[in-house]
Design a protein around this ligand. Structure first.
Ligand SMILES: *Cc1c(COP(=O)(O)O)cnc(C)c1O
Length: 464
């Protein structure tokens, strides 16, 4: 008898390919009917008693859920900072799931651990970070920020004569946290999780692009954690890292960098100058599922003093073998987990250094083209200096917020592309983040044309 798994996997491949066949032509936000048909997924009687054959489970998912997915792999999704999925990373992800490796320990999966090691070394190299750093592949930038903060907490308190990992934070010498006014919310979440307290942060004023004002920095000392940003989520701006790192290190402070997407500018000779000063920090977080277009979920934490990360993340038990190699679970918050490092390896190997630089350059060029089109064709104001792949646009003049929101709603409903909204320093704006490997110049032209058409309709009073 034929293994029943083979026809199931062949059917899965067929359905997945069909999903991708028209992904570039599909509307980006799912149609209302498709979202409404999700109701079919709700089992009215709760968890069903009877089993369902795997092929039926698959067909049900594909038919009911597939049409209600957001086409963010299609090249015209510009919301948040959501990348697409590089073919090599998607294909590797199928293999990774088939292998079902537990990437907690080298002994559980020599292959997964070796590939992850290599991929993390490549990331450290291409981002221009210190080669002695230790790293871990985690679920995303929030997890990476959290892991880095645990390492920072360990190191800062150890210097103050306190063992935070074993004795906790109650009664510990207090640490200070300094962060810019435009710090990302995930940093605040991670600071809360790591026990620094969201309300204890000393916020530093930022300029019109969201960059920390060096002149407004408080006095730093050896009990201070300074949080910098490489790539503001709205403007794409970079904090003046070189100057701040020099000051911080003179005072003995720890500098952490949230570089969820912006740090990848370092991979392009054209944009590397923007990220240059960040290499002298102490820890970094970044995402591979954003700009480098791996499949979800792939964040990366990097810490210059590897022992600080290992002390914070250590686990010891008689059944966990000590070893020479880098054990993933001794570097990140998780133990059992999927082999996301393989998908990272596949994405990076398929790109190579030149491909990665090309992806950065291309998406930045598309962002500039977008800004030009939105200004000239759609009559919008561009609120930020378009330094990398982020654009902020708003209707000029009176009732700007109301009118900009109307346009955002209409463009999402229209389906040609997808852009989200934000409030940037008190001003309502449309955000455009060009983060997909698949976006072409034609995609930008089509999207700008749709936004211009909608902006004209809005100006004529033709939008609700
Ligand atoms: C996206 C983002 C994060 C959070 O990343 P996740 O992968 O969603 O956890 C943190 N900081 C910045 C600047 C980001 O753009």
């Amino acid at each position: 008898m034929e293994d029943p798994l083979r026809p199931l996997l062949a059917e899965t491949a067929r359905r997945a390919s069909r999903y991708l066949d028209d992904i570039r032509e599909r509307r980006v936000a799912p149609p209302d009917e498709a979202v409404a048909s999700l109701a079919a997924l709700v089992e009215p009687a709760g968890f069903p008693d009877d089993p369902l054959p795997a092929a039926d489970v698959l067909a049900f998912l594909d038919n009911a859920a597939g049409p209600a997915t957001v086409a963010n792999t299609g090249g015209r999704y510009f919301g948040f900072v959501n990348g697409g999925a590089l073919p090599a990373s998607l294909a590797a992800s199928w293999l990774v799931s088939t292998w079902d490796q537990n990437a907690a320990l080298g002994v559980m999966s020599p292959a997964a651990c070796l590939l992850e090691d290599q991929a993390l070394r490549w990331v450290i190299d291409v981002l221009g970070l210190p080669v002695e750093s230790a790293a871990a592949a985690v679920s995303g930038a929030t997890g990476a920020n959290f892991a880095a903060l645990c390492a920072a907490r360990h190191a800062l308190l150890l210097r103050a004569g306190w063992d935070a990992d074993n004795d906790g934070l109650f009664g510990a010498p207090p640490l200070r946290v300094v962060a810019g006014d435009e710090v990302h919310v995930s940093m605040l979440k991670a600071l809360g999780l790591a026990g620094f307290g969201r309300n204890r942060i000393e916020r530093v004023p930022a300029d019109s692009q969201g960059r920390i004002l060096v002149s407004a920095l408080p006095k730093l000392d050896s009990r201070t954690l300074v949080c910098l940003q490489a790539g503001n989520v709205n403007t794409g701006a970079f904090d003046p890292a070189g100057e701040i790192c020099a000051r911080a290190h003179e005072a003995g402070a720890w500098v952490h960098v949230d570089g969820a997407f912006g740090l990848w500018a370092a991979a392009s000779p054209r944009y590397a100058h923007l990220a240059a000063g960040f290499a002298s920090a102490d820890s970094w977080c970044t995402d591979a599922h954003k700009w480098p277009n791996t499949v979800y979920d792939c964040g990366i934490v990097i810490v210059r003093d590897g022992s600080a990360l290992r002390h914070a993340m250590t686990v010891q038990a008689a059944y966990l073998p000590p070893g020479e190699r880098r054990e993933p679970s001794q570097h990140g918050p998780e133990m059992s987990r999927r082999a996301r490092g393989v998908e990272l390896w596949a994405a990076l190997r398929s790109l190579g250094r030149h491909g990665l630089a090309g992806l950065i350059d291309r998406t930045c060029a598309h962002a500039r083209l977008f800004a030009q089109g939105l200004r000239e064709e759609a009559g919008l104001d561009i609120l930020n200096e378009v330094v990398i792949n982020q654009v902020l646009a708003a209707v000029p003049g009176r009732d700007s917020a109301k009118r900009t929101n109307r346009i955002i709603r209409a463009i999402q409903e229209d389906g040609t592309c997808w852009c989200g909204g934000t409030v940037w320093q008190g001003k309502t704006a449309m955000r455009v983040s060009v983060s997909s490997w698949l976006t072409t110049e034609d995609d930008v032209h089509k999207s700008v044309a749709a936004i211009a058409r909608i902006a004209r309709a809005e100006a004529m009073g033709g939008l609700p």
